[in-house]
Write a protein that binds this ligand. Structure first.
Ligand code: NAD
Ligand code: AHE
Ligand code: ZN
Length: 369
């Protein structure tokens, strides 16, 4: 079938709005019609060429919601008409990872997903007869996309897809990192680096966890009004200080915070986030994604003296079992998604959504198919 799509033909170039060919679902696969998608910084990161797993040409996009159109042979857990959120972190329920009870990282489709192909090693997308790569197992920048069955969470039909698409990455990642990865306790002090959707979602999670102080850090002061609205108790711009940001936070908090979260993808800030944690127990969670060749560094003494460095992917959330509950929480007014959506646009304006993100003018732009 034909599908409207925004294709990343090569790194560093705007997406091309074209009509692509989409093959029907094979065994264990599902054809989904996307209703809405948004742009996460990770899409921009991959498009920039900095992603070691970046494949071109490709159909990017991983934050979306849509409706199942057709299922391939052997698919039993979803059916046409189901409302679904694509999962870049699959959940097969049977692999070593899923059975461990220790992680949300599923091993079932991850290797082929990273190569930009379906689990059988081939692609369902082509443009003018030339194959296109899939992306993160989701490729939400095509109106019709094909995913593995294990990469879909079935959610309530009552929920507006142009809102819950944000649960496909940003909102879930931030809240989950607080709840599942850090397990922030009531009364904790928290520092959040980067006030994009991820950092704001961490703030929302920290409020839910009843943190006593939530320090929002960004070099763009325009972000602070929304940070306060989400529940930041203080906002700090590193550019306002001569001292390093870790020194500033340590002084503000009598020795450092209980938890910090890096939501930028900057390895220097990752170091600051670790070093602003309290001696003996402070934990720093890396959420931001850094480019090819980047490495983190600190004095080992920082860890010897009790600080803990952790990372979090999709907030440690198991998508198929837990995401329907996140959607229900949104419907009950317990999770705020609406305030992340600064812009709405027709899908065809997708390159404007990337421009707004790069300019720091948007949190999330929802694109409507
Ligand atoms: P974003 O671009 O909307 O937000 C980044 C924020 O960081 C901006 O407000 C920017 O002003 C701020 N910033 C940049 N440099 C800074 C610095 N030196 N000091 C302080 N603030 C600085 O991005 P986003 O969509 O919120 O994504 C944030 C990061 O999280 C990206 O790296 C993205 O790839 C990553 N991410 C990871 C996961 C995961 O599962 N681990 C999920 C989603 C996104
Ligand atoms: N491909 C990159 C890493 C990209 C990365 O870390 N992705 C995050 C999700 S970002 C969503 O916006 C993640 O979940 N990673 C775990 C995984 O299994 O991909 C690289 O460095 O190669
Ligand atoms: Zn994302």
């Amino acid at each position: 079938m034909k599908s409207r799509a925004a294709v990343a033909l090569e790194a560093g170039k705007p997406l091309e709005l074209v009509e692509i060919d989409v093959e029907g679902p094979k065994a264990g696969e599902v054809l989904v019609k996307m209703e809405a998608t948004s742009v996460c910084h990770t899409d921009a990161f991959t498009l920039s060429g900095a992603d070691p797993e970046g494949n071109f040409p490709a159909v990017l996009g991983h934050e979306g919601a849509g409706v199942v159109q057709e299922v391939g042979p052997g698919v039993s857990s979803v059916k046409p008409g189901d409302h679904v959120i694509p999962l870049y972190t699959a959940e097969c329920g049977q692999c070593k990872f899923c059975l461990s009870g220790k992680t949300n990282l599923c091993g079932s489709v991850r290797a082929t997903q990273g190569k930009g192909v379906m689990p059988d090693g081939t692609s369902r997308f082509s443009l003018d007869g030339k194959k296109l790569h899939h992306y993160m197992g989701t490729s939400t920048f095509s109106e019709y996309t094909v995913l593995p069955e294990v990469s879909l969470a079935v959610v309530s039909k009552e929920a507006p897809m142009d809102k819950i698409c944000l649960l496909g990455c940003g909102v879930t990642t931030g809240i989950g990192a607080v709840m599942n990865t850090a397990k922030v306790e009531p009364g904790s002090t928290v520092a959040v680096f980067g006030m994009g959707a991820i950092g704001l979602a961490v703030i929302q999670g920290a409020v839910m966890a009843k943190a006593s102080r939530i320090i929002a850090i960004d070099i763009n002061p325009e972000k602070f009004a929304l940070a306060k609205q989400f529940g930041a108790t203080e906002c700090v711009n590193p550019k306002d200080y001569a001292d390093s940001i870790q020194q500033v936070i340590v002084e503000l908090t009598d020795g450092g915070v209980d938890y910090s979260f890096e939501c930028i993808g900057n390895v220097n800030v990752m170091r600051s986030a670790l070093e602003c944690c309290h001696k003996g127990w402070g934990e720093s969670i890396i959420i931001g994604v850094a480019g090819a060749g980047e490495e983190i560094a600190t004095r080992p003494f920082q860890l010897v003296t009790g600080r803990v460095w952790k990372g979090s992917a999709f907030g440690g959330v198991k998508g198929r079992t837990e995401l329907p509950g996140y959607v229900d929480q949104y419907m009950k007014g317990k999770i705020n998604i609406d305030d992340f959506i600064t812009h709405n646009m027709p899908f065809e304006k997708i390159n404007e959504a990337f421009d707004l993100l790069h300019a720091g003018e948007s949190i999330r732009t929802v694109l409507h198919y």
